[in-house]
Design a protein around this ligand. Structure first.
Ligand code: ZN
Length: 405
């Protein structure tokens, strides 16, 4: 199965500067390619990846566009391929520009024949990449398979390389363990239908205060100096904010990975809320249907971060499930937080607070997120047509759907 391995790169200053250059070129190619695609669409026409790649190859020979040739050519082609994929998935008008301030540089080497990795010592590995030459990276874990491609990206001031690796493992047979429902909680990070609550502070109070101060300093500097002056200091503040955010992001990634693995190791079927498009455009107000579900007072920042990270959690979960013989079922999250699990009465008033659910019809009381997780479990079992404890049996009886490796 395909899996990812990420390592911290130790670029020389020259390599780091070159990586910035390649990132900038790829960003320009992305933006230009997107503009061209929109231009075509305005005329009711369409331009394909093949044609765009041909034009880039041609432009490289033009003296005015010679800078294009500074980047490894495969990274440019890959950028155009990613652009085509993004346009197909989201529509040409929804795909975003990559601005220097908002988008961290990232580029991919798609050809495994151009990527050579060797271990040089207990703690260091070396990867040879086109035009970069040998690059050292921290060998924190074995590669564990054949490399398919490699992506270089900057994250909070540090450069990383992510290898996509075929680990040669076959998908695990159904593990026959019981099902579970999981809710993205309001009061805690993750609530399970068996009553379990898992939480972790992703942001320490000190970090939250520091982030607030930095944000204030940034906006003050913009106000006082305008856009052009004082930009050096602003870049420093931006970099500091980036470093803090990266640290928080890594902590969250660790948490969701551990959480995902634990769930699929102990359960044959994990039922979760489907990702809502709304979540991606992080609204803090919640909806009429689920009042305050995205609103956080106490857990504020933590909740906002996990809410955004739900998509990442689902990806981790599905990835881990294939290794542990579990299935992931996604259900519509509507009303799961205001339905009484005992009597099925639906009322927003039953949700007394972020943590407490008390049914206005039957008086049933539960942790609000656990009640939601139980509803999610019930909804998932209804969708899959599996009775409560029959999951192990039916999973064994049915041939697994994607058993081929
Ligand atoms: Zn009730």
């Amino acid at each position: 199965m395909l899996t990812g391995r990420r390592y911290l790169l130790a670029f020389t200053p020259e390599q780091a500067a070159y990586a910035e250059t390649v990132g900038a070129i790829c960003r320009t190619v992305w933006n230009t390619g997107l503009e061209q695609r929109r231009e075509y669409r305005r005329r009711g026409a369409f331009i394909s990846y093949v044609e765009q790649a041909r034009q880039v190859a041609e432009a490289k020979r033009d003296p005015d566009c010679g800078w294009l040739a500074d980047a490894p050519s495969h990274t440019l082609q890959q950028t155009l391929r990613d652009l085509e994929q993004a346009c197909k998935t989201h529509g040409t008008w929804k795909v975003r520009w990559r601005s220097k301030a908002r988008t961290a540089p990232s580029f991919r080497f798609p050809d495994p024949d151009q990527i050579a990795v060797r271990r040089v010592s207990r703690r260091w590995g070396e990867v040879r990449l086109p035009k970069f030459g040998p690059v050292r990276f921290r060998w924190t874990r074995p590669l564990g398979g054949a490399i398919r491609n490699a992506t270089v990206s900057r994250d909070g001031g540090r450069w990383y390389i992510s290898f996509c690796v075929e680990d040669g493992l076959a998908e695990a047979a159904p593990n026959g363990k019981p099902p579970i429902g999981v809710d993205r909680g309001v009061a805690v990070a993750i609530a399970r239908s068996d009553g379990g609550l898992d939480d972790r502070a992703f942001v320490t109070p000190g970090e939250a205060a520091r982030l607030r101060r930095l944000q204030q300093r940034l906006s003050r500097s913009l106000r006082v100096h305008g856009r052009n002056r004082g930009s050096n200091r602003r870049d420093e503040v931006r970099a500091e904010i980036g470093r803090l955010n990266a640290r928080i992001r890594h902590r969250r990634a660790d948490f969701v990975t551990q959480e995902a693995v634990r769930l699929v190791r102990d359960h044959g079927l994990v039922i979760v809320e489907r990702l809502r498009i709304k979540d991606m455009t992080a609204s803090a107000k919640g909806t009429v249907e689920q009042p305050g579900r995205n609103v956080r007072q106490k857990a504020g920042l933590n909740r906002a971060i996990l809410s955004k990270g739900w998509g990442g959690f689902l990806l981790k979960l599905e990835h881990a499930a294939r290794y542990h013989g579990a299935k992931v079922e996604k259900v519509n999250p509507a009303y799961t937080s205001q339905t009484c699990h005992a009597c099925k009465h639906v009322a927003p008033e039953s949700r007394e607070s972020q943590a407490v659910f008390r049914c206005v019809a039957c008086g049933h009381q539960d942790h609000a997120d656990v009640n939601a997780a139980k509803n999610i479990l019930a909804a998932g079992l209804a969708v899959t047509g599996r009775g409560d404890l029959a999951v192990g049996r039916s999973a064994k009886r049915q041939p697994p759907e994607r058993h081929a490796a």
